[in-house]
Design a protein around this ligand. Structure first.
Ligand SMILES: [Cu+2]
Length: 335
């Protein structure tokens, strides 16, 4: 019972100091009034939200956080909306069979043991080295105590691991969520420059060609076409409920972007190649890394690209921007 009272008093003192700093009150030059009075004085100079928080004794900064993070891309935070990605260790050793174990903790700190199925799996684990040269997309297995485990093929360097999942409980139940954490792998490490922008990628005798543009702030269509020895591949195999799975990461901070395929296998419309179409939305101009997983002849392969979203605004989206700006102007009180 003492803690809420202390917090309320502390909030009152802060509010007074704030008023003094603005020069709007004479509190600092006056005898210090009783705590209940300073609380009232603070309210008149505080924002409504801060005042409301003072009344129930909660911290204002925490209450304001969800709105600030709503628009962030995924994968940038180890903890979001009450869920935390908790790797068993922050360091791993290099090797082709290095075991990664982690748990997803709920807001109460307990591991979550049940997840929704999304794209055929309950958990998608993406691992990428910080220079974007190493990439793996794997599906860990869940043990009864909520521990996920999967072998990774790691080289020296810093790796970001992304856990892409949909929890069945808590604030984001049923939503898809991507948490990210960094893991250090000891050893000699020569970082690579960002691979050059290219519309073709080669992997195991397959050539993959990228058509379409990344457009900052709006969803755009990307088509990846697969050929082998110059012949279109028209018998792709379903992989994760699609004919391909595309991961897009922003160069610089490895923000994990939302990408979804157009159509599903056996929907009567979607062809099993040679083209696979996706919709991607990038939040800003600059370089992105695209990783396409596709399955053919029973083997999953990954083709990777560097693509750029232009700084210039797409002509189609100019209109919506103008509307937004005029809307903001109407809100100005001095008009
Ligand atoms: Cu996956």
């Amino acid at each position: 019972m003492r803690t809420p009272l202390k917090l309320a008093a502390y909030g009152g003192v802060l509010a007074v100091a704030f008023a003094g700093a603005l020069g709007t009150g004479s509190v600092l030059g006056s005898p210090v009034p009783p705590v209940s009075d300073t609380h009232t004085a603070g309210e008149s100079h505080s924002e409504p939200s801060a005042t409301a928080a003072d009344h129930d004794g909660s911290h204002t900064p925490e209450a304001a956080q969800p709105a600030a993070t709503d628009d962030l891309p995924g994968g940038l935070m180890v903890s979001d909306r009450g869920y935390t990605l908790a790797p068993e260790t922050s360091t791993l050793t290099a090797g082709s069979q290095t075991q990664l174990s982690f748990r997803i903790l709920a807001a109460n700190g307990e591991p979550i043991t049940s997840f929704e199925q999304s794209h055929d799996k309950q958990m998608h684990l993406i691992a990428v080295r910080s220079d974007t040269t190493g990439f793996q997309h794997v599906h860990p297995t869940l043990s009864e105590d909520g521990t996920w485990s999967v072998p990774l093929d790691l080289t020296a360097g810093t790796w970001r691991i992304f856990a892409d999942f949909a929890p069945t409980e808590g604030a984001a139940a049923g939503d898809s969520l991507t948490l990210g954490a960094d893991i250090s792998v000891a050893g000699d490490y020569t970082p690579a420059d960002l691979p050059e922008v290219s519309r073709t990628a080669e992997v195991d005798g397959y050539t993959v060609t990228l058509e379409g543009e990344l457009i900052k702030g709006s969803e755009s269509e990307l088509t990846l076409t697969i050929t082998r020895d110059g012949e279109p591949v028209t018998d792709l195999e379903p992989y994760l409920a699609a004919y391909g799975h595309l991961v897009a990461l922003r160069a610089g901070d490895l923000a994990y972007l939302h990408v979804h395929p157009a159509g599903t296998p056996n929907d009567g419309v979607t062809e099993p190649g040679p083209g696979i179409t996706f919709y991607a939305k990038v939040p800003s101009a600059g370089d992105y890394r695209l990783y396409l997983d596709f399955q053919h002849d029973g083997v999953v392969r990954t083709a990777d690209f560097t693509a750029t979203a232009d700084h210039a605004q797409d002509p189609d989206s100019t209109t919506s921007e103008e509307v937004t700006e005029s809307g903001a102007d109407e809100g100005h009180s001095d008009h």
